[in-house]
Design a protein around this ligand. Structure first.
Ligand code: ADP
Ligand code: MG
Length: 711
């Protein structure tokens, strides 16, 4: 029998019902101020000019802004919006919004709705508490938000009203980027310029812009909210700090791609309808490997819009869960011993006419271009492997990367057999002149037919070529995809320019494109092929081999984050005007501090829970055994309790501020990693043993076997 959403939701009969007033085929984009909507509402000339500036990626003429603001306001009011917000992405990793009412009093006791071009274009949130890594500290605390017309405004609905959200960039008054969006936009511009320059050399005279694309696959856990609220660790840290392994883990693999439980499916359908209204093109859903773990993935979009949509997706996933009496956990490792969650960041480059530059084609020319761009990516990833690793660093990630479930902390590239063999052939070179129309003298007209989608998909590679895109699989499930894509775009731009410069020189010297390209690819491949690895990334042999190859193995966050400020990082980011040294330093500082603060919260929560929840339960259990006179169990339990007390004391001591090294934040981060995490682990080890012997009615925490298996 069907259970209704209202029955699932302990707290509301009306909330748990999806809005079914529109059929599926009519809801897509209804809450988005789409170009179609703009065309209808804006004067023709204004609309045309707006589209033109957007297509060219130029700055917007401020005289257009009033017109656009008026149309946007009318559209939003018709949809019940009472407020608008500049929606932005500060370095906290989540989104921020400050709501302003449309309505202004007019002096006679009434109010009218008002929204000017100025209010659309620029905002000044009182946002002085966002982390800035010192950028604003010495100046005034002011930060500005600036409208990003390339990401459409949208409406967030609430049962009691609606909010117009305007995607914006967030900067300091000195023009420094305080967010994730500005560097992403700058990097997209840098990559576009570099790719267009290269395309000219490769014989493409048409393309004027190249867009990077992103399709992020998001993993998450869903648990019943009663367990969430009963666990202080989940509530304050997003993960369980205690919990013994259940008798049934995911050994049975009966959950993966299994049929989706009914309540969960109802939730997913609701999420997807909400996202459809917001113009987020969700494509797939399925169960993931761990019990209670699921995945959602969209069709790819340009990196800026795709990254905004990813933030919206995380928000809708979390909000909607509450309607169904569920909580959505985005943490990278909510449950020890159970697979964690990541985000596969599918990345490619496409031209303004829709050609995917990482798609092997069926003409020799197309394939020359494909090989050129693919080689650039390999070169970039090898050269900046440490930086790429740094973009996915974070406290949750330290449980995942390198454990036997997620990509290892060593960055490497999987190419697949076909493509790898093409590179081997290029490296060996083939004697004699290349035949006209042949591919780099390989004696074939085109690449061997490349069904690169299929076959040996390597699940353990952090950076895999999957047919027509690269899949960066090391991103964490809580993380914004913006920074990883910013880095990918920037380092790819550098490599593209480097290869193009060599290619251009050879062509100037009189070589044909094919003659010129082969040595360029050969040289780059020889220098960077060490990053290519098609084997098992989880194996110990790979760790040894990677070390021999000179690849970095940055195991923890404090190992990885310094790559944000290494010389070669600063060089490439300044050269392409994506982030200045100061902006890079601010990110390094903010991320380091976030790591430390989050770990500190975990450690204090762990200590408090141990002393005030778990120890009392163990002591009561011991008393019970004593009064029942079960001598054998008394001594066993006594020993455990004594050990538990000692470990709790040790954790409490190491948590004391006066015992910690906290200047600079990097030293604090390392102290937490090396001293506090081990102390937490020691306490947990005993706690998890106690969980298995203390009377069930005395144990104060919900157990994994309940949390993970009640759907
Ligand atoms: P799978 O990886 O499971 O085989 P697909 O190849 O269809 O599935 O793609 C998975 C993800 O890759 C989807 O989120 C999709 O949007 C994204 N994707 C596909 N093509 C591109 C592209 N050119 N650029 C960026 N992402 C892409
Ligand atoms: Mg995938």
């Amino acid at each position: 029998e069907n259970v209704t959403a209202a029955q699932w939701s302990p707290n509301g009969a009306t909330l748990g019902t999806p809005d079914l007033t529109l059929p599926d085929n009519q809801i897509f984009g209804t809450n988005v101020f789409t170009p179609a909507e703009q065309r209808q509402r804006l004067p023709k000339a204004v609309y045309k000019q707006l589209q033109l500036t957007l297509e060219r990626g130029e700055a917007l003429d401020s005289s257009l802004a009033d017109s656009v603001a008026l149309a946007m306001k009318e559209w939003a009011l018709e949809r019940g919006a009472t407020h608008y917000a500049h929606w932005f992405q500060p370095l906290t990793g989540s989104t921020a919004e400050k709501h302003d009412s449309f309505y202004n009093p007019v002096g006679d006791g009434t109010a009218i709705a008002d929204f000017s071009g100025k209010e659309l274009i620029q905002g000044e949130p009182d946002a002085s508490s966002f982390p800035t890594g010192g950028i604003r500290a010495t100046f005034e605390a002011r930060g500005y938000t600036a409208w990003d017309p390339t990401s459409p405004a949208f409406i967030l609905e609430n049962p009691n009203g609606a909010l117009l959200c305007i995607p914006t960039a967030f900067t300091s008054w000195t023009g420094e980027a305080l967010d994730y969006k500005i560097p992403l936009l700058r990097s997209m511009g840098a990559l576009s310029d570099a790719a267009v320059r290269a395309l000219r050399l490769l014989g493409d005279e048409q393309t004027e812009r190249v867009f990077t694309t992103v399709g992020p696959e998001q993993e998450y856990f869903l648990i019943d909210e009663q367990y969430y609220f009963a666990r202080p660790d989940l509530l304050t840290t997003g993960r369980t700090l205690y919990g013994a392994q259940p008798p049934k883990g995911h050994e049975l693999d009966d959950h993966y791609f299994g049929s989706i439980p009914e309540r969960v499916l109802a939730y997913m359908l609701d999420v997807e309808r909400e996202l459809a209204k917001l113009g987020v093109p969700i494509k797939t859903r399925h169960n993931e490997v761990a019990p209670a773990q699921y995945e959602i993935a969209p069709m790819f979009e340009n990196s800026n819009v795709g990254s905004d949509h990813q933030q919206i997706t995380m928000q809708v996933l979390q909000n909607t869960a509450r309607k169904y009496g569920l909580v959505c956990l985005l943490h990278e490792k909510p449950f020890a011993g159970v697979n964690g969650s990541g985000k596969h960041n599918n990345w490619s480059m496409g031209t303004d006419s829709g050609d995917n530059l990482l798609e092997p084609g069926d003409t020799p020319n197309h394939n020359l271009s494909f090989l050129f761009f693919c080689t650039a990516v390999i070169q970039a990833v090898d050269k900046h492997q440490g930086l790429l690793r740094a973009t996915v660093a974070g406290p949750g990630q330290d449980h995942r990367l390198g454990a036997n479930e997620a990509p290892p902390a060593i960055i490497s590239i999987f190419l697949g057999e076909e493509l790898a063999s093409v590179y081997e052939a290029i490296e060996k070179g083939v004697a004699g002149e290349p035949k006209p129309g042949s591919l780099l003298g390989l004696g074939t007209d085109v690449l061997p037919p490349l069904p690169l989608h299929g076959g040996d998909r390597n699940r353990t590679s952090p950076f895999a070529f999957t047919g027509n895109k690269f899949e960066f699989r090391a991103v964490g499930s809580t993380q914004s995809v913006a920074i990883a894509n910013t880095v990918l775009n920037t380092i790819a731009a550098e490599a593209i320019d480097d290869l193009a410069a060599k290619l251009g020189k050879a062509i100037e010297g009189g070589a044909t494109l094919e003659e010129a390209l082969r040595p360029v690819l050969q040289e780059s491949w020889s220098a960077h092929k060490r990053i290519v690895f098609d084997g098992d990334g989880y194996s110990d042999e790979w760790h040894d081999e990677a070390e021999q190859r000179g690849l970095l193995n940055l195991r923890t966050t404090p190992d990885a984050l310094p790559y944000f400020v290494k010389e070669e990082t600063v060089k490439v980011f300044e050269a392409y005007n994506v982030l200045s040294e100061r902006e890079l330093e601010s990110r390094y500082e903010v991320f380091t501090e976030q790591y430390a603060v989050k770990l500190n919260i975990e450690a204090e929560t762990a200590a408090t829970m141990a002393r005030t929840l778990l120890l009392p339960a163990a002591v009561r259990h011991l008393a019970l055994l004593r009064s029942a006179g079960v001598a054998e169990l008394v001594s066993e339990t006594e020993a455990l309790v004594d050990e538990f007390v000692a470990k709790i004391k040790a954790l409490e001591a190491v948590n004391l501020k006066e015992n910690q090294e906290d200047e600079p934040p990097a030293a604090w981060a390392i102290f937490l990693r090396d001293r506090v995490i081990p102390a937490m682990n020691d306490v947990r080890e005993i706690a998890d043993k106690l969980e298995k012997i203390v009377a069930d009615d005395l144990w104060p925490l919900a157990k994994y076997s309940e949390i993970l298996f009640i759907k």
